[in-house]
Design a protein around this ligand. Sequence first.
Ligand SMILES: [Zn+2]
Ligand SMILES: [Zn+2]
Length: 343
Amino acid sequence: MQAVQYDAYGATPVLVRVPAPDCPPDGVLIAVRATGVCRSDWHAWQGHDPVPLPQVPGHEYAGVIHEVGRQVATRRVGERVTVPFVCGCGRCAYCAAGDAQVCPDQLQPGFTGPGSFAELVAVPAADLNVVPLPDDLDFVTAASLGCRFATSYRALTAHGQVRRGQWVAVHGCGGVGLSAVLIASALGARVVAVDVSEPALRMAAELGAEVVVDGGSDAARRVVEATGGGAHVSLDAFGSTDTAVASVYSLRPRGRHVQVGLLLGDDATPPLPMGVVLAKELEIHGSHGMAARDYPAMLDLVASGTLQPGRLVGSVIGLAEAGPALAAMSRPATTAGVTVVRL
Ligand SMILES: [Zn+2]
Ligand SMILES: [Zn+2]
């Protein structure tokens, strides 16, 4: 089959022919129809988040079930499906409780094994991890759900407990941040979007941000001003020391910070102002994707048109262009929105 693969960290990912993966006995093979290009793939490619080499990136995808393992009870060939980027093992207490996103034995196609920049991707524990798609949800839109959109949805609802009329600050307007802007606005929150990129802020405003703030050293102060005393909920949707700290300083008393962007390398231990956390009784949450169990509520909002993830798609490219698109993330973005590969 065709796949995009890199042999070493930072080496150009290229389109090659590789053997098709084996179908896991408890899993499925999915014929990939669309797969998103996410900054987490870029981090892995850069070696910030070590992966086995050579590696096929890609972890947010939608497609059709091509083969079903003999231990799988609930899935069938031909089903249109997507999968969270974290696949639970299906055997531990966390998976049993519906928290596969923190399963200690989790697998992540694109990181722990070959991913979805390929014609076929193997998914383990299919009874737990595979999510059927509504008939009218197209593959390109569905591919944007598995990582960034679902992570933002869970960050705002399960962790942020966002209520209509509350202020939400979103620091960083890449794929996950723009997803948060769209979802928070759709849920009736008032959104302040922060970024250093002019196209990203323009797109944030189009997706419903009421206020946009140029990211810089005084971003938190400007969020506090714009929200009349601070946001109820603030997300670091970028993942850096500066944006994590700014997010905490953006909050009003009893506010909730949700860390959504990955914190890797030099940014792994940001100096959060715990004195402010104490004095304002802030809450600090981490959000690591969303388990398949929680998808139906989100998909209902997509089906009803309340959430329109298709609006996040900035460009659609072919598999041969996926490597260059990943490499382009090393440079500042000149366009906004999510790039999706269509197969
Ligand atoms: Zn598990
Ligand atoms: Zn991702």
